[in-house]
Design a protein around this ligand. Structure first.
Ligand code: HEC
Length: 163
């Protein structure tokens, strides 16, 4: 009886571990080479503590899209096809006598569309690297997707194409 109980206990623990392992959404492991030559979509400057994102994203950011994603942006599409990749790069805002310029790099964030591979995180793979190149996303749904869900109707992409 005791052995049976221990056995069932172990089995339960193993299945809980398996479920936990399964439910974790995967994240992209590498920043794609050449992103700096992609199409520039837009630029933003979060400069004030009044902005809700000042703590995490204060500074100057640029958004770049690869060919597939840039085409969707240009068409003002509400769906980004698989293969779309978007980079958000954030620099310190450096005040040069009243002009803000990009200073030191703070973070580089990536969204990769692959509806099968990233089915558990809205069809997008989410990752970000700090200034030292360390990957910082452990929980893509909680850290990234939950906020981007505000624009679910636009395939979770906030920025828009300005001609
Ligand atoms: C609290 C809200 C919030 C969180 C959390 C957040 N983002 Fe964003 N993200 C935004 C907003 C707002 C923009 C649009 C900025 C603009 O238009 O200039 C954006 C833009 C982006 C873009 C460019 C594509 C787009 O949607 O415009 C990428 C790539 C991106 N974020 C990746 C990430 C990653 C990876 C994480 C997790 C580490 C993350 N974001 C977490 C709010 C958030």
């Amino acid at each position: 009886m005791r052995i049976f109980l221990i056995g069932t206990g172990l089995l339960m623990l193993l299945s809980i571990a398996a479920i936990a392992g399964q439910s974790k959404a995967p994240t992209p492991q590498r920043l794609p080479a050449g992103w700096r030559n992609w199409t520039h979509i837009t630029t933003g400057v979060i400069y004030s503590k009044e902005h809700p994102l000042f703590g995490a994203f204060g500074g100057v950011h640029h958004i770049y899209a690869n060919r597939v994603a840039a085409e969707a942006y240009r068409k003002n599409a509400n769906k980004f096809p698989d293969g779309s990749q978007i980079v958000f790069v954030l620099y310190e805002a450096k005040d040069e006598n009243g002009m803000y310029v990009a200073g030191k790099k703070k973070v580089t964030a990536l969204m990769v569309k692959d509806s099968k591979r990233y089915a558990k995180s809205g069809g997008w793979g989410w990752q970000a690297w700090d200034a030292s190149g360390k990957a910082i996303v452990k929980d893509p749904v909680g850290q990234c997707q939950s906020c981007h869900d505000q624009v679910k109707n636009r395939d979770r992409v906030f920025s828009r194409w300005n001609p």
